[in-house]
Design a protein around this ligand. Structure first.
Ligand SMILES: Nc1nc2c([nH]c(=O)n2[C@@H]2O[C@H](COP(=O)(O)OP(=O)(O)OP(=O)(O)O)[C@@H](O)[C@H]2O)c(=O)[nH]1
Length: 142
């Protein structure tokens, strides 16, 4: 059997509560055509060389959602091997400081409860994270 090593990337993601409904959090549907097409995920993206997690998350959300974020504590971290990529996924709680989220780099944006998220086709790396979130095992979300 041959094993093909895939690239490993650190991916930061944000759990962002709605301004008026803090029980629901922002999730986005990936664009058609690319990797994990049309699956759902938390806003965020890859950390670039020399960048902190917090700076990467603020940059990604500025570029992809047109919002300014305040990034809080780290909630969860996990690793998942996709056929094309190994992802080290880190979830942070974050708040929107300004702007209304726009789907600049996504097919759709929705505010969903953790339970509702489990009914969406989510990226595989997020499945254990959603289980922890639904079970209330990630602690305070603010
Ligand atoms: N933002 C985000 N990415 C996630 C999550 N879960 C997960 O598996 N990923 C994966 O982590 C990678 C994030 O990379 P990215 O968003 O910067 O890049 P991309 O593949 O959309 O596009 P790009 O490589 O052309 O920049 C993707 O492979 C994505 O499928 C998640 O909850 N949020």
């Amino acid at each position: 059997m041959t094993t093909v090593a895939t690239r490993t990337v650190r991916v930061v993601a944000a759990l962002i509560p709605g301004r008026l409904d803090a029980q629901r959090f922002l999730v986005q549907q990936r664009l058609p055509g690319g990797s994990r097409a049309l699956l759902w995920e938390f806003p965020g993206g890859k950390v670039e060389a020399g960048e902190t997690d917090e700076a990467a998350l603020a940059r990604e959300c500025r570029e992809e959602l047109d919002v300014e974020l305040s990034v809080g504590r780290r909630l969860w971290e996990g690793r998942h091997e996709y056929p094309d990529l190994t992802v080290e996924l880190v979830l942070y709680v974050a708040r929107m400081l300004s702007g209304e989220p726009k789907p600049l780099g996504a097919n759709a944006l929705e505010f969903r409860t953790p339970g509702e998220m489990q009914s969406l086709p989510f990226c595989e790396a997020d499945i254990p994270l959603l289980e922890e979130l639904v079970a209330g095992r990630l602690g305070a979300l603010d």
